[in-house]
Design a protein around this ligand. Structure first.
Ligand code: ATP
Ligand code: MG
Length: 458
């Protein structure tokens, strides 16, 4: 067990308090006892109980009132009611008001211990959930004070509640997916699902069954019915990532689904209709794609109701220091290490760099620096190898010699990218071609900031 749990016992009968205290202490819990509702509320603020055993009948304010007040307590304790003779009905009612459970007098100590143990399990789950929720919202915070980001944030706030279809343009790693999440989180659909499909990562033949679902036997390998992402996103948002990579055939099916508001799972004639907001993203120039016949113009106009342009990092260099600090904090929290700071020349160098891989590259560089640099202050000289590992820099290439290690990193990164492209971004095949374990290749790709999609052809 991680830490001893605290339990507050609230009962006006002295012997009940004494018995519960000794039994619960024997189990290793920290226990406080009080005899009235007023005291219970005060004690909760000081003692931060994980669980409260609360008598329903109390002099002064009664147990149900106390239960209500405990609902506002910071640490949100789990409450178990104790009911005396004739108060079972209230006890049942209390569970509707948020009590976890109730126990009846005369107390069976086995039952007390069982209910307490279950209640504490519930408490651990509750806390875990709160933590995760806080983490998720943290995950989707958009850092930046540059004019471009301020304007983007405004645009997100304006567009989010409207339900309008959004098309997000931007270079690799600029934060398109982040923008999509922010729009969803600020929309009226935020309590429903955000479902993502990456059109570049899924082979053409599978994408329709991913999107629309399929019925058992629709094709070889369809061993059971499968719900499509459109169904999964019902009431929420569907994010069509890398929509520029969708085949023409799938484009026409998607267009039809958007026009008619209905679709049919692969192999079925049943019409499904769903209420889904579409957000799409691409790093391609779709006008160009349309001209060259690779993207349907009518689909383009359907999805591009509200266009978003996420600026490259070089167009908002002012944000580099803020982002770097944010990513270094994140890495410190994740790896459980102390925070490091960047020397002024290091900040200047990072700000001046041209970031071909944009924010994602900066994030990778920061994470690498946190791992690689032993000193508490990161110096300008520490940056070169970290940056070179994540993307060739023109400045470096023209400024002269590369040190052996940097040159090797640079070469290895390019080599992996080339091999990935040869295998259309398929990591398994690439690992086989390079004669290394797939997990090893993944680690290398991660350290060099390479995504499988980077090899999918340009
Ligand atoms: N303004 C920002 N503040 C904080 N984190 C950001 C910001 N922009 C991007 N990131 C982070 O950078 C990484 C890359 O962002 P994201 O995946 O949204 O980019 P993308 O444009 O979808 O990239 P790709 O084109 O490669 O798919 C993510 O970890 C994201 O959380
Ligand atoms: Mg993306």
């Amino acid at each position: 067990m991680s830490r001893a749990h605290n339990i507050l016992v609230v009962d006006d009968e002295r012997n009940v308090r004494a018995t519960l205290k000794s039994v619960l202490e024997d189990e290793g819990y920290g226990v406080r006892t009080v005899s009235s509702g007023e005291e219970a509320i005060k004690a909760t603020k000081r003692f931060h109980p994980d669980l409260v055993l609360l008598d329903i009948w109390l002099p002064g304010i009664d147990g149900l009132k106390v239960l209500e007040k405990l609902g506002d307590a910071d640490n949100n304790p789990v409450v178990v009611m104790i009911s005396g003779h004739g108060s079972v009905e209230s006890a049942v009612r209390s569970t509707k008001l948020g009590a976890f459970d109730f126990i009846e007098k005369p107390l069976s100590l086995d039952r007390v211990l069982l209910v307490v143990a279950n209640g504490l399990k519930q408490k651990v789950l509750q806390d875990e959930n709160l933590r995760l929720r806080a983490e998720v919202s943290e995950r989707w915070t958009m850092i930046g004070e540059s004019d471009a980001i301020v304007a983007l944030r405004k645009q997100i706030n304006r567009a989010a509640p409207t339900n309008g279809r959004v098309l997000i343009f931007g270079e690799n790693g600029t934060g398109k997916e982040l923008v999509a999440h922010c729009i969803h989180a600020l929309s009226q659909r935020s309590s429903k699902s955000f479902v993502e499909i990456n059109c570049a990562a899924i082979p053409g033949e599978l994408i329709e069954s991913e999107l629309f679902g399929h019925v058992k036997g629709a094709f070889t390998g369809a061993v059971s019915d499968k719900q499509g992402k459109l169904d999964l996103a019902d009431g929420g948002t569907l994010f069509l990532d890398e929509i520029g990579d969708m085949s023409l055939r799938t484009q026409s099916k998607v267009l039809r689904a958007l026009q008619e508001q209905t679709f049919q799972p692969v192999g079925s004639t049943d019409d499904h209709s769903v209420d889904v907001r579409i957000i799409a993203a691409t790093n391609k120039d779709l006008q160009e794609e349309i001209k060259s016949g690779r993207f349907r113009e009518d689909l383009y106009y359907r999805i591009n109701v509200i266009p978003f342009h996420v600026p490259s990092l070089r167009e908002r260099r002012d944000d580099v220091p803020l982002l770097a600090e944010h990513f270094m904090k994140g890495a410190a929290a994740e790896y459980g290490t102390g925070l490091k700071r960047l020397s002024e020349p290091a900040v200047a160098r990072l700000t001046a760099y041209r970031w071909p891989g944009n924010v994602r590259q900066l994030k990778n560089v920061c994470e690498r620096l946190m791992v690689m640099v032993a000193d508490e202050t990161i110096q300008e000289t520490d940056l070169e190898p970290a940056i070179d590992a994540f993307g060739p820099s023109d400045e470096r290439d023209s400024s002269g010699d590369l040190e052996l290690r940097e040159a090797r990193n640079l070469f290895e990164r390019r080599f992996i990218l080339t091999k990935l492209r040869e295998h259309a971004g398929n990591v398994k095949q690439t690992a086989m071609a390079l004669n290394i374990e797939r997990s090893h290749l993944y680690r290398k790709m991660k350290s060099y900031g390479i995504e499988p999609g980077d090899g999918a052809g340009e």
